[in-house]
Design a protein around this ligand. Structure first.
Ligand code: C2E
Ligand code: CA
Ligand code: CA
Ligand code: CA
Length: 278
């Protein structure tokens, strides 16, 4: 018994050390990445489910690590949030996305907004001002920017959040509620938030059409969104069965590998230039 226990403690120590070392490695790596400009954005098209036209794009961050290759946000956003480095990362993302929107506007590539993910930490009373600054700096219209905010962050300080959201929408920037259905927020909050779009989380799209629960949840979100006069988009759409189901249910937009993976700037511009058909 005691031998087994000490054995598992030793294992625990090794694991802990490995985790802590990994965290520190990531944290110092992120600091260096911010300095050396190692982050870049990919853009995934959002598509009108009826016409197949590209009507939006989501900016998704990647890290070109000098030793470890391309790192996904899943690997570093957590540590970035714990260490508040997310504030610098998201500031970089906002600036980079606005700069790209300006370039695409000037080149005639873009006639729709770029959506940027906003972490809960970033959602403070200074956010409207930071947005205003980015729009002015890059001389783009607020109509070219959209913010995706996750449902779970709304729970933290609902009244404060509503005030900030109202300021942002008053500026003309659109808001989407991301990962909808995963945050367990009370549905009654929903009517307080000045949201344009509900984004159904990929976890509910995955099981369509075989999983009856996923089908029920996706349909319910779509019909609720319609009745509340919100637009509704499904993320993570990978196959035609999901696409047809969502179309039948009246979903407005889709995003996912069925249509396109997240693309680099050149590939995205090429995709827009092609005549699209679903
Ligand atoms: P998210 O906001 O829910 O973004 C959707 C994720 O699903 C992206 O992963 C996207 O590449 C992936 N995806 C899109 N279509 C499909 C599909 O058909 N199938 C599957 N299996 N996956 C699909 P990604 O780019 O790895 O980003 C992961 C998460 O990291 C994002 O989830 C978002 O929460 C966060 N993130 C990404 N970029 C940023 C950023 O600039 N700032 C912040 N704060 N968070 C970000
Ligand atoms: Ca998102
Ligand atoms: Ca999601
Ligand atoms: Ca998300």
């Amino acid at each position: 018994q005691s031998e087994k226990a000490s054995g598992s403690y030793a294992f625990y120590d090794v694991e802990m050390n490995r985790l802590i070392a990994g965290r520190l490695y990531l944290e110092s790596g992120i600091r260096r990445a911010l300095q050396n400009d190692e982050f870049f954005l990919l853009y995934q098209p959002k598509v009108d489910i009826h016409s197949g036209a590209v009507i939006g794009a989501e900016a998704l961050i990647r890290w070109a690590h000098p030793k470890d290759g391309i790192i996904s946000p899943i690997e570093f956003i957590g540590v970035a949030e714990e260490t508040n480095l997310i504030l610098q990362i998201d500031a970089w993302v906002l600036d980079a996305a606005c700069a790209q929107a300006k370039r695409w506007q000037d080149e005639g590539v873009l006639a729709f907004p770029i959506a940027v993910n906003v972490s809960a930490k970033e959602f403070t009373s200074s956010l409207p001002e930071r947005i205003e600054h980015a729009l002015r700096k890059h001389q783009i219209s607020p109509a070219w920017l959209e913010l995706e905010i996750t449902e779970s962050m709304l729970m933290q300080n609902a009244d404060g959040v509503v005030r900030i959201m109202n300021e942002i929408t008053a500026q003309g920037v659109k808001l989407a509620l991301d990962d909808f259905g995963t945050g367990f927020s009370s549905l009654s909050y929903l009517k307080k938030f000045p949201i344009d779009t509900l984004k159904i989380d990929r976890s509910f799209i995955q099981g369509i059409p075989d999983d009856v629960d996923d089908c029920a949840i996706a349909s319910a979100i779509i019909s609720m969104a319609k009745q509340m006069k919100h637009r509704v988009i499904a993320e993570g759409v990978e196959n035609r069965e999901q696409f047809s189901f969502l179309q039948k249910m009246g979903c407005d937009e889709i995003q996912g590998y069925l249509f396109s993976r997240p693309l680099d700037v050149d590939a995205f511009a090429q995709l827009i230039a092609k005549k699209l058909s679903l």
